[in-house]
Write a protein that binds this ligand. Structure first.
Ligand code: SR1
Ligand code: MG
Length: 395
């Protein structure tokens, strides 16, 4: 079958022809309910429930869903399916199960997380059960363990480089939206609110900042440390009480480990700027993330049997691990800052700012995010501890 955009009834007809999938829903098909829940910027998503169970179907559109005149290759669905397959054995229970990928329709069929809520919405509504960041820290460490050079033979990395190097359309989005646009005049950037205009101009003229962004561009484009999720913000995480799942791996690419860490922490920090009264809880989440991430990383780096660090005895390995983690910390700080700035002035902003009740409060929150973001980018590479990173956020 050739590609076409599926609506609810076309999807139902397609599923009826796939007994391996429709069997999970149960019969008769007339009793299925199909609900479109598309929420992200790029794709359509349908939830289908039947007498026996439920499925989630996600289809790539030939354009950005929220900007139909922005064409976008369909292959992102292929990379998402590859990402899920590449990391699934390492993160069982932490992402939805992928049941099928249809290469003609660019359609993923996966486990339906009916009871789960997107973390960003749960945070905004104050419904997120504390401790979710421990799971995310563990998730990132496990994906690194499954795909990084210290843990795996170099052939694994070579295969991953080959499998994901074609994901250029989505990497282009990252390069433009995160690493470039906020620091230049660009049509994609929305018109800033009046009070923020001078701050936006300052971002475009700040040579010290541009030099530091250049270092992070270099890291993102050249440090192929592990397979990244590539878009690990609070909208890419769902939770139902203590059950935490990572979704939406379509931006997957080999890159610096601190990129996933930084995007995640950056979104918590944005929430902090919008809701400063939650500082204690957000500090605890950030610490929990780094604690679980660095603990699992130390253990996997200590026991790694890949082709990196084969000549080091345990003392030398210990030293190498600490240097390695300190570099990840520096990258984390920088990418965290980039995420805070781009979500404040760039194309894809965040709903968290809706928590500010007045225009003045929202302006102050945005200015705070820009100030913290800049500090993290400029000073991140000299941090000596995670606590120092928290201090730069005023925590
Ligand atoms: C055009 S896509 C804009 C943003 O949405 C995705 O979730 C990524 O964060 C991307 O940067
Ligand atoms: Mg997404």
């Amino acid at each position: 079958m050739t590609y076409r955009i599926l609506d609810a009834s076309a999807l139902q007809n397609w599923l009826v022809e796939r007994p391996d999938l429709s069997g999970r829903l149960g019969s008769p098909a007339a009793e299925w309910t199909i609900r479109e829940v598309s929420d992200g910027n790029l794709n359509t998503v349908f939830l289908i429930s039947g007498p026996a169970g439920a499925l989630c179907c996600k289809q790539a559109l030939p354009h950005v869903r929220v900007a139909p005149d922005w064409p976008m290759p369909l292959e992102r669905a292929l990379y998402e399916s590859r990402y899920m397959r590449a990391v699934a054995p390492a993160v069982t229970g932490l992402m939805p199960e992928l049941f099928a990928y249809d290469a003609d329709l660019f359609l993923l069929v996966m486990e339906c997380l009916t009871e789960h809520e997107v973390l960003r919405s749960a945070l905004i509504a104050d419904r997120a059960r504390p401790g979710f960041s421990t799971v995310i820290g563990s998730y990132v460490a496990r994906t690194v363990q499954a795909t990084g050079w210290v843990s795996q033979p170099f052939e694994t990395g070579a295969h991953l480089l080959e499998q994901f190097s074609g994901n250029t359309a989505l990497t282009r989005i990252t390069v433009d939206l995160i690493l470039t646009d906020p620091y230049r005049v660009c049509d994609r950037n929305p018109e800033p609110e009046t009070g923020l205009r001078d701050d936006v101009k300052a971002l475009q003229n700040d040579q010290v900042l541009h030099r530091a962004v250049g270092r992070l561009q270099d890291r993102f484009l050249t440090a192929r440390q592990a397979l990244l999720h590539g878009d690990l913000h609070t909208g890419s995480i769902m939770l139902d009480d203590g059950d935490v799942r990572v979704i939406d791996g379509e931006f997957a690419t080999m890159g610096p480990i601190g990129f996933d860490c930084g995007l995640y922490l950056g979104n918590l920090a944005l929430h902090l700027c919008a809701a400063p009264h939650k500082a204690a809880a957000l500090r605890a989440e950030m610490l929990a993330f780094w604690q679980s991430f660095s603990t699992e990383m130390r253990s996997s780096l200590r026991n790694g049997t890949g082709d990196q660090w084969t000549l080091s005895g345990s003392d030398m390995r210990q030293e190498l691990i600490e240097v390695f983690l300190s570099e990840v910390l520096h990258d984390t700080a920088g990418f965290c800052g980039l995420e805070m700035i781009r979500r404040t002035v760039g194309f894809a902003q965040v709903a968290d700012y809706g928590l500010c009740h007045t225009e003045e409060a929202r302006l102050l929150a945005r200015q705070k995010a820009l100030q913290i973001g800049r500090t993290l980018i400029v000073e991140g590479a000299s941090l000596r501890s995670f606590n120092a990173l928290l201090s730069l956020m005023g925590l």
